[in-house]
Design a protein around this ligand. Sequence first.
Ligand code: SF4
Length: 329
Amino acid sequence: MFDGIVMFSGGLDSVCATHLLLSQGLKLKALHFVLPFYSGLDMQHKPVKAAAEKLGVPLQIIEEGEEYLAVVKNPAFGFGKNANPCVDCRIHRLITTKKIMGAEGASFIATGEVVGQRPMSQRMDCLHKIENHAGLKGYIVRPLSAKIMPPTIAEQKGIINRDKLLSISGRGRKEQFAYAVKFGLVHGAPAGGCTLTNEKTADRFNDLVRYSPDFDLEDFKLLAWGRHFRLSPSCKLIVGRDDADNIALEKIASASDCLLDLPDDIPGPFAILRGTPVQEFLSKAASFFARYTKFRNEKSCRVTLTYSGKEQIVEALPAADEECIRLRI
Ligand code: SF4
């Protein structure tokens, strides 16, 4: 049994909010949501685990998948500046949290939200709209801004002492930093760093919607990894930039992708050509791939293409930088 469920990013705000409630002796469970880009990849989520451990709260990690596609494909409240459907995303996550609140016999949900901190989802009117749409009116406590918001049910019932909550608003984080220092709290990056708020991700997302409107979860997951090149309306090349990209791309690759790497265990990137490429684009992909290997300044680079269960080694001329820049998404 828990008193409350806290939506826990592991960032500064959620850590401070959790600590404020724990200081009142409340029993909390922390819930951490992982966007689909990072689901199913055996990621360790070390920063959030460290933050929860330091606070002494049990942590449940929820990796989002298919159900998130509906949120991002058709958000009822639209997108923010980039590919971030923040209002729908919050509603979706709150509905999931509500189920866990019920299952755990908890009385409230807590978040690290601060009134006025984010333009789209944390305006006062928007916070109310989100909780109404999630069917949670009166159940969501924002300990950092609680004193400038109407009392929640848990405060009215005396489960939470409102006097011990804060009245922070706006974008600055001076008060939260001071609070974290005072209590020696461990936290991740303050802004949270959502991939969907990234301009580059938005370009890739718009490209995906344009050329593959029926995109699936794996297509969506790819957006967060590697360098992307639109070679034709029907095919796209993704080349790993580092080990993390290469590992993720290998895990996301499907049986219908053409896979590219260097032969003979020579270290280098891993790449995926997704779509229905004709021979011309297989050659082009090999040439682009070669540009990102250590043979980029050579006249030729041997590239292994694995496609339709067959493996072939081709000689590719590394592509010119201007060509790569021109087709990069
Ligand atoms: S910033 Fe990202 S994770 Fe946060 S609400 Fe917006 S879309 Fe969802």
